[in-house]
Write a protein that binds this ligand. Structure first.
Ligand code: AMP
Ligand code: MG
Length: 333
């Protein structure tokens, strides 16, 4: 069911069409100064699930939300003095800031992979910023290539990699930098570089007058007890492939249910990931339902079997991480 692909050179009309498609929940690839981004409305769960589906990503990494300027970003992220200094120095530009997500942010939990933080960036590309302004919503945009392939710096690269999975490419010619943005985490007192990129740690350190620490490359290393560097984990124990309740062994469980044949009887409460067994709908619901299920009045979260096909792969990857043994102390707010 791949939509026909439209590749339009940048123009007023192309911009209007791209903005309308994004507002309608469709995927649009667009140029930035780093690489072509695969854009989707970051506030629309289904649209964001579409990114993972098109890229065939085997896991749900948090995505960067893009804005036309700092004030638009500040509607979704909490800026402290350090963030304001870096934004003033490097935006628009190849710097992504990971900041606390505002309580009133409408950005999808799938965009932030269930985390209490949000990654924000203002790209230094006139067409990208004009598009972001025209859409008027945060745009989630990882690189516009299939998972594991090289990042695209021309519309032709995007078409070759994702042509049958997306509706439109806004063609702005080749990207200048070709390097991805530097990702700086400001959610703790330390300044941590999560990913090197176009702007160096020394440049960041000079503006802030403090050291910049490189993040552990091992993504599974806990940042603080119970919390992985970039993975949300619920406080309750999680059990996979649950086909029936067993109160004696597991206590009172809430079930995340999937598919028309799912056995729901006997569970304390049932939340549907997808009644029809639709992997994209389940992906869109995943983090919101995990958060909703994570209440101390239950003993655990049971997850119904989900087939390892399509987005089921990424869903099961995330559920496996959520069910992995970990320290009992939870630091997720
Ligand atoms: P990409 O989607 O390829 O541009 O990469 C996004 C980068 O930003 C990855 O390294 C993510 O792990 C990182 N990132 C995005 N959002 C967050 C977040 N909320 N917390 C920590 N890291 C993030
Ligand atoms: Mg990439």
């Amino acid at each position: 069911m791949s939509p026909a692909l439209t590749i339009r050179p940048y123009s007023e009309g192309a911009l209007t069409q791209a903005a309308a498609k994004l507002r309608a929940g469709e995927l649009v690839a667009f140029p930035t100064e780093t690489v072509y981004g695969l854009g989707a409305d970051a506030t629309n769960d289904d649209a964001v699930a579409g990114i993972f589906s098109a890229k065939q990503r085997p896991s749900f990494n948090p995505l960067i939300s893009h804005f036309p300027d700092r004030d638009a970003a500040a509607k979704h992220a909490v800026f402290d003095a350090r963030a304001d200094k870096l934004a003033a120095a490097f935006w628009p530009g190849a710097l992504t800031l990971v900041l606390p997500k505002r309580d009133d942010s409408t950005v999808s939990q799938l965009t932030t992979a269930g985390l209490p933080s949000i990654a924000v960036r203002v790209p230094a590309h006139d067409m990208a910023r004009a598009l972001l302004r025209a859409v008027g919503r945060p745009i989630a945009a990882p690189s516009a290539n299939r998972s594991g392939r090289i990042s695209p710096t021309t519309a032709a690269h995007v078409a070759a990699s994702l042509g049958n999975a997306i509706g439109m490419i806004l063609d702005g010619g080749p990207c200048g930098v070709g390097l991805e943005s530097t990702v700086i985490d400001l959610t703790t007192d330390q300044v941590v570089m999560l990913r090197p990129g176009g702007i160096t740690g020394d440049q960041v350190a000079e503006i802030l007058g403090t050291d910049v620490v490189m993040a552990e490359t091992d993504d599974t290393a806990p940042k603080s007890p119970g919390m992985m560097t970039s993975h949300y984990a619920p406080g309750l124990p999680v059990r996979l492939n649950a086909t029936a309740p067993d109160t004696e062994k597991y206590g009172h469980e809430i079930l995340l249910a999937f598919g028309p044949d799912c056995v729901t009887k006997g569970f304390d409460k049932v939340l549907w990931l997808s009644k029809t067994g639709n992997d994209r709908e389940a992906a869109a619901n995943l983090f919101a339902k995990l958060h909703e299920a994570d209440q101390p009045r239950f003993d655990g979260i049971a997850i119904a079997p989900i087939p390892d096909t399509g987005l089921g792969l990424a869903i099961n990857d995330r559920m496996k991480r959520a069910s992995a043994p970990r320290a009992p102390v939870q630091s997720n707010p």
